[in-house]
Design a protein around this ligand. Structure first.
Ligand code: GLA
Length: 343
């Protein structure tokens, strides 16, 4: 029997390890307090009515239709189709969506949306809870097959596995998720919107992914996790730089885990700066607007600042010492609980 229920999917910030997820690498994300809420109420018949309350837009389609649509509708239609394909028997539902993560801000509004909608629809249909890794993969397929962004599992795992006060060290080769205490004392992590909307589909994201695949093909390896810096040097430009970014980024994740264990936040700040330089120069996903936001954070005394998420716009993450006052439009972020059904 269907019933009324709400679910929350948080956005995520990735402390370090960007563009490593689809290369079987390492990352260190955490779920944030901002996210997407999906409120599901039962409807007669086999239709889904979806309402994006903040945009004042709606969508309506038959559960079994498999018809495509653009924008936020693609995520909802994709979630419904992928849940059905996974054997979840959905029931007629109205889903009202509200959010506090700005779209295109690089804080994973997309995964927050997929995860919140999927959890709400499953709960409304009284379906048995799905294994969280399986759900992360399902939501990632929504992005790959329905939205057209060849993204990895970083955002979905960050949103689904988040824990209060913990970052998550994720090994994308084994899919092992290990909580890492994020104890900042009086230091603060803030995000600053560059003002430039980022979108994974349609940006250089898919091209970067292709370049990594090309590099693997040339090196005769399955994934860049198996590459070495020496091998990278032998590749033509820009493949050499792309591989160098992925390898040094994996190493920075391990260094960040060690810095956190030693409460060495100066070192963490340095690692954020190094990651940004690598994303800007080797992976080439920065823009003028992003550089301006990085500079604004550094000018207010940030120990480190870097573009976060896919890049090509979006937000910048900064680590501020206790005495630094962030720009007025910066937002403090803290590791919070993962996605959940609210009832
Ligand atoms: C986007 C994608 C993720 C990941 C990051 C870069 O957020 O959705 O899968 O690749 O970019 O680290």
């Amino acid at each position: 029997m269907s019933r009324e229920v709400s679910a929350f999917g948080p956005g995520r910030v990735n402390l370090i390890g960007e563009h490593t997820d689809y290369n079987d690498g390492l990352a260190l994300p955490f779920a944030i307090g901002e996210g997407v809420c999906a409120r599901a109420t039962p409807l007669p018949g086999r239709r889904i009515e979806a309402v994006a309350a903040d945009l004042d837009e709606h969508d309506s389609f038959a559960i079994d239709s498999h018809e495509r649509a653009d924008g936020w509708r693609a995520y909802v239609r994709g979630a419904v189709a992928e849940l059905q394909a996974a054997g979840v028997e959905l029931t007629g539902t109205r889903v009202e969506i509200t959010g506090t993560v700005p779209q295109g801000s690089g804080l994973s509004s997309s995964a927050a949306l997929e995860v919140a909608v999927a959890l709400a629809l499953m709960a409304a249909a009284d379906a048995k809870p799905m294994d969280r890794l399986k759900l992360a993969r399902l939501c990632s397929r929504v992005e790959n097959e329905w939205v057209g962004a060849q993204t990895g599992l970083l955002d979905q795992l960050g949103s689904l596995f988040g824990e209060r006060d913990q970052a998550l060290r994720i090994d994308f080769r084994t899919l092992e998720v290990s909580p890492v205490p994020l104890e900042l004392g009086g230091y603060r992590l803030v995000t600053l919107d560059s003002g430039e909307q980022h979108a994974n589909a349609g940006s250089g994201y898919n091209e970067r992914r292709r370049e990594c695949a090309q590099a693997c093909e040339r090196l005769g390896i399955e994934s860049l996790r198996d590459a070495t810096l020496e091998q990278a040097e032998g590749l033509p430009d820009p493949l050499d730089r792309r591989v160098r970014h992925v390898l040094t980024s994996n190493a920075r994740v391990e260094a960040a885990v060690a810095a956190l264990a030693e409460h060495d936040l100066e070192q963490l700040g340095q690692l954020l700066d190094d990651e940004h330089a690598s994303l800007r120069d080797d992976y080439e996903v920065s823009t003028q607007a992003v550089e301006a936001a990085v500079k604004r954070l550094k000018d207010t005394g940030a120990l480190g600042a870097r573009v976060v998420g896919g890049g090509f716009g979006g937000s910048v993450l900064g680590l501020l010492p206790p005495d630094a006052g962030p720009p007025e439009d910066a937002v403090e972020v803290r590791p919070g609980e993962g996605a959940r059904v609210l009832r």
